[in-house]
Design a protein around this ligand. Structure first.
Ligand SMILES: NC(=O)C1=CN([C@@H]2O[C@H](COP(=O)(O)OP(=O)(O)OC[C@H]3O[C@@H](n4cnc5c(N)ncnc54)[C@H](OP(=O)(O)O)[C@@H]3O)[C@@H](O)[C@H]2O)[C@@H](O)CC1
Ligand SMILES: Nc1ncnc2c1ncn2[C@@H]1O[C@H](COP(=O)(O)OP(=O)(O)O)[C@@H](O)[C@H]1O
Ligand SMILES: [K+]
Length: 484
């Protein structure tokens, strides 16, 4: 089982060319593409009046095919063009279309459903003129817009809108694999549901992967009959001061739930009483200086440092001290922010199996200008991983996980319920809990991020961070039942 790849436009074009070179004509690929679109529409909508908006390139070519096939099934269909067909394949498909054709804006009637076949991967400049008007119209047609390949105006390589207008679709039918523009915002939201249709192409090498069990489940660290708690993995979590202890406990609980055998909260003296009052299976050890912290983390396989740790010199010192213990570090929140003026010191301390878990604000503090300067957040995360020499989880609706060795994955399913205080602390605990059990750090980061989002999806509205560790049990049970 391999996780589905996510391609750049160039990789997609290469796959397309390879198929044509191997003997499948472009027209056959286009017929398959248009067929997939027509089938998807027939599966989701009742017969209605359809306007297929066809651009000059091969995206328009797919549109002519879909129009023909829907009309053959008795649907009322017309084509509205923005530019005459300009590629050989699009011209051939336009010639096979025998129905009504208008220049966009001249049909003089309204459709129940519009199919956006204006531009796909080949969009080279912002939408103009009539295309802009149609893109704006699509925004007011909720429930009635299908995009072919990608909503026109969205850049396939970044998810960004070229210029200031792009289509918004309810369903996007793309081919072979998702492209980056389907998974990164705002393109991701503009796509609506994404259906990936197989048109018989082969995969490219070293691509971005969809994050999901196929990527890591074969190497998930399940206990065996010979396991005992110390073998299962030891996790330590550094607590903040007296009034800031909840975040560390959330991380600790998450680590325990996800299977670490022994979890210890390492607490400054001021916070020992409050931590003690709230911990049961999780152990507690006080530390008053770096030496005691290292002693407390002795034998830990992984540590979490940062959640509500305090943006203080002590947090920096604690991180440096833990870096020498041999435990893999998951560095989150305050332990990221505290290096804002000296990120190089953090990077010099990290090993390649350490994990940084910044949200975009923390990312900007460590890698100033990188998010805005990079073509998209995947590229930013990849560059950050190389710079830091560690795994980077760039959090958000479209969470990206990147390794300095070039591997990268992205969460493709929505989990908006995670936008709640403390959920990031739980993520840090999940990831560290998996690393403690011996899972390789990139795969642990991917598994932690996917399980985190899956917990939220299963719970839905009303989720609070405290719910997440408990919710992981059902997700783990299903993964366990599905293991090979
Ligand atoms: N790859 C595959 O395997 C398969 C791909 N398939 C399909 O092909 C699609 C990609 O086709 P494509 O490369 O022809 O690009 P597409 O966007 O249709 O048109 C580019 C044309 O538009 C023009 N143009 C660009 N921007 C413009 C603007 N703002 N305003 C006006 N014009 C603009 C641009 O002109 P230029 O900039 O070059 O002057 C060029 O002439 C893909 O999305 C999928 O649907 C399937 O058939 C199955 C197999
Ligand atoms: N709209 C969203 N959709 C999916 N996940 C989200 C969304 N908003 C936030 N998240 C996730 O919620 C978590 C929030 O973490 P973080 O910002 O560190 O919050 P906190 O510090 O309160 O724990 C991250 O894992 C992030 O990816
Ligand atoms: K399109």
């Amino acid at each position: 089982m391999t996780a589905p790849a996510i391609l750049t436009v160039e990789q997609m074009t290469a796959a397309d060319r390879a198929a044509i070179a191997a003997g499948t004509p472009g027209l056959v690929l286009m017929e398959r593409a248009g067929t997939a679109v027509a089938e998807a529409i027939r599966a989701r909508f009742k017969p209605c009046r359809v306007a297929v908006l066809c651009g000059p390139g091969n995206n328009g070519g797919d549109g002519y095919v879909a129009a023909r096939l829907l009309k053959r099934r008795g649907w009322t269909v017309w084509v509205e063009t923005v530019g005459a067909p300009a590629t050989a394949d699009a011209r051939a498909m336009a010639a096979k279309w025998r129905g009504e054709t208008f220049e966009a804006g001249e049909a003089g009637r309204n459709a129940d459903l519009i199919v956006d076949a204006l531009f796909g991967a080949g969009l080279t400049r912002p939408l103009e003129g009539e295309a802009v008007r149609l893109a704006r119209l699509s925004r007011s047609m909720r429930g009635r817009v299908v995009a072919i390949d990608i909503p026109s105006g969205v850049d396939g390589d970044s998810g960004k809108v070229r210029g200031d207008a792009a289509f918004r679709a309810d369903l996007t039918v793309t081919f072979h694999r998702r492209k980056i523009g389907h998974v990164l915002e705002p393109g991701r939201a503009a796509c609506g549901e994404v259906l990936v249709a197989d048109i018989g192409l082969a995969d490219a090498a070293q691509p971005l992967r969809e994050n999901g069990p196929a990527l890591w489940s074969e190497r998930f660290p399940w206990p065996t009959g010979a396991s005992h708690k110390h073998v299962r993995g030891r996790l330590a979590v550094v607590s903040g001061q007296q009034t800031q202890t909840g975040a560390a406990r959330l991380a600790a609980r998450a680590g325990l739930r996800i299977g670490a055998g022994v979890v210890t909260v390492l607490s400054p003296p001021s916070a020992v009483a409050v931590n003690a009052a709230h911990l049961e299976a999780i152990m507690l050890r006080a530390f008053d200086n770096e030496a005691q912290l290292v002693e407390g983390a002795d034998n830990a396989d992984a540590v979490v440092i940062g959640p509500a740790a305090g943006v203080t010199p002590e947090t920096r010192g604690n991180l440096f001290a833990l870096a020498h213990t041999g435990a893999a570090m998951v560095v989150d929140a305050d332990a990221l922010t505290v290096f804002r003026d000296r990120p190089g010191e953090l990077f010099a301390t990290l090993d390649r199996d350490d994990v940084l878990t910044p949200h975009p604000g923390e990312f900007e503090r460590l890698f100033p200008g990188l998010l805005d300067g990079a073509p998209h957040r995947l590229a930013a995360a990849r560059e950050a991983a190389v710079k830091a020499g560690a795994i980077v989880i760039l959090k958000g609706a479209d969470t990206v996980i990147a390794s300095p060795d070039g591997r990268a994955a992205v969460n493709v399913e929505d989990a908006p319920w995670l936008a709640t205080a403390g959920s990031g602390d739980v993520l840090a605990g999940f990831v560290a809990g998996l690393i403690a059990q011996g899972m390789e750090s990139f795969e642990a980061a991917c598994a932690g991020a996917w399980i985190h989002a899956e917990c939220a999806r299963r719970h839905g509205p009303g989720l609070i961070a405290e719910d997440l560790p408990q919710l992981s049990s059902a997700v783990l049970r299903d993964l366990y039942a599905a293991r090979a």
